[in-house]
Write a new protein. Structure first.
Length: 103
């Protein structure tokens, strides 16, 4: 199948206006849309859009960078981005055209 790999970058501490962590909210939204195979990766450190270094340390895990990765069809991608644009979250992403499937 042809589609897209979407990678959303955020911080563990970042929350949706409803109070839920962005990462959990995004996984719930993808499940409702019918997207399967969402992965959340914790990163040791990264430099954010704000130009600041963010890292997971023993004392402060809230600043831990996260990546939420999914492979989606064109239709799923359209549904997801329509919803995300309505939410106006300012969530950073990369979108790469891919071929995917199982063998």
């Amino acid at each position: 199948m042809k589609g897209f790999q979407l990678v959303f970058s955020t911080l563990q501490s970042r929350k949706h206006p409803n109070g839920e962590h962005i990462s959990h909210w995004l996984v719930e939204v993808t499940e409702k849309i019918g997207i399967k195979g969402v992965t959340i990766l914790n990163a040791a450190q990264g430099i954010g859009r704000d130009g600041k270094l963010h890292s997971s340390t023993f004392f402060e895990l809230a600043d831990e960078p996260l990546e939420i990765i999914m492979n989606v069809s064109d239709t799923e991608c359209e549904k997801l981005f329509t919803l995300l644009n309505e939410e106006k979250l300012g969530l950073f992403y990369t979108k790469t055209a891919i071929e995917y499937g199982t063998v």
